[in-house]
Design a protein around this ligand. Structure first.
Ligand code: MRU
Length: 368
């Protein structure tokens, strides 16, 4: 991860007109996908052109592109671009190449199931059409990755519309990490209702947890929302309970990386503390996630793999000098699991799902 270079703003900033941040798009004519390098925000807005599978893997693992839906979209583009110019008429070797790239990109980050979901879609479009010529298979892969991106934007809009039912003018909202435009192909998940409500002049007060250690709340959510004109207040993670105790928060929205069949969810480290505090103060705690985040193959939160990242992200990433003794033992789990009992509702593109999640999620998402 690159350090911030505060104050430097590139010309790309102008292209990111108004608050309509574009996180990721395909530049098919130039054989690339373009992402805004999120490691540099908010100081610098720089486009990164990803071409090879290794480019995508690296961008995902170092969080240049991040957020569960966005890494799924990126990986799908990565697979398409990897095989687009493959010089073969042999369907079986073409399919083998696609499968290999899917497995490689799927190994970049373990927790967000959207990554596997998107790659499975790329594999399955091939499976369904394997009797077609390779040239046609390439076109189908292109259509599929574009659909994944477009549908994600539509799911964000639908989550926003469902969330609006919970919002009233002047409310105080707390969010953790970044589940906004920068994490998706659209207006975000946790931020979707905020964007729609602000368009209607709700005048919400949004509190962003800074989200140690990688500061997605400070660097990305505070950037996104303040840029969009929302009344945004940044707090350190350990201030959330105090702010709640002062009656400043009416509702909590966070995104998530995986919803287990029983409604337990994995999201950015620190989400569990927010949920526990919200319950203590009687504040509704909602998870906002598209159906691509739901993993019915995972019975409970215990089965969700949790990514462990380098200790240096905790001890030295943002500082000129390390803030901890040399050689200190460090744990750096990137996500935690919030049990279903702390979650007031899960907002998907199909609407708000209430407990008991075991039955209601399946019912709402129409899956057996
Ligand atoms: O490590 P990150 O920055 O990719 O973690 C992101 C989150 O935890 C988000 O809340 C989650 O992916 C949902 S994004 C709509």
């Amino acid at each position: 991860m690159t350090r911030l270079s505060a104050g430097r703003v590139s010309t790309v900033q102008e292209k990111q007109d108004g608050h309509e941040i574009r996180t990721i798009w395909l530049d098919d004519a130039n054989d690339a996908a373009v992402v805004i390098d999120q490691t540099l925000l908010p100081g610098e807005t720089r486009e990164l052109r990803l071409r090879t599978p290794a480019d995508f893997y690296d961008a995902i693992i170092r969080l240049a592109v991040r957020g569960a839906p966005a890494i799924g979209i990126a990986a799908a583009y990565g697979v398409y671009l990897a095989v687009k110019r493959l010089d073969t008429f042999d369907r079986s070797s073409f399919r083998k190449a696609v499968d290999g790239h899917c497995d490689y990109l799927n190994s970049s980050r373990p927790t967000a199931v959207n990554l596997k979901w998107a790659l499975d879609r790329m594999k399955s479009v091939l499976e369904r059409n394997i009797d077609k010529p390779v040239s046609e298979l390439k076109s189908l892969l292109l259509l599929e990755c574009e659909s994944i991106a477009r549908e994600d934007a539509e799911m964000c809009d639908a989550i926003g519309r469902a969330t609006m039912a919970l919002l009233r003018p002047g409310m105080g909202v707390l969010t953790h990490c970044n589940a906004g435009r920068l994490a998706t192909g659209g207006i975000g998940t946790a931020t979707a209702g905020i964007y729609l409500a602000e368009r209607e002049g709700y005048g919400l007060r949004v509190y962003c947890d800074e989200t140690r250690p990688l500061l997605q709340g400070a660097r990305l959510t505070a950037y996104e929302l303040s840029r969009a004109g929302t009344d945004t207040t940044l707090i350190c993670d350990n201030m959330a309970s105090f702010v709640m105790s002062k009656g400043l928060i009416d509702i909590v929205f966070t995104g998530c990386d995986r919803v287990a069949a029983n409604g337990d969810i994995a999201n950015k480290i620190g989400t569990l503390s927010v949920a526990i505090s919200a319950k203590q103060y009687g504040i509704p705690f909602y998870i906002c996630a598209p159906s691509s985040t739901v993993d019915f193959g995972c019975p409970s939160g215990e089965g969700i793999p949790i990514e462990e990242r380098a200790g240096s992200e905790v001890t030295s990433l943002w500082y000129d000098k390390p803030i901890a003794p040399d050689g200190i033992k460090v744990r750096n789990p990137a996500f935690d699991v919030t049990p279903a009992e702390f979650i007031t509702g899960i907002i998907t593109e199909k609407g708000i799902v209430s407990p008991p999640y075991e039955n209601n999620l399946r019912g709402a998402l129409d899956k057996a």
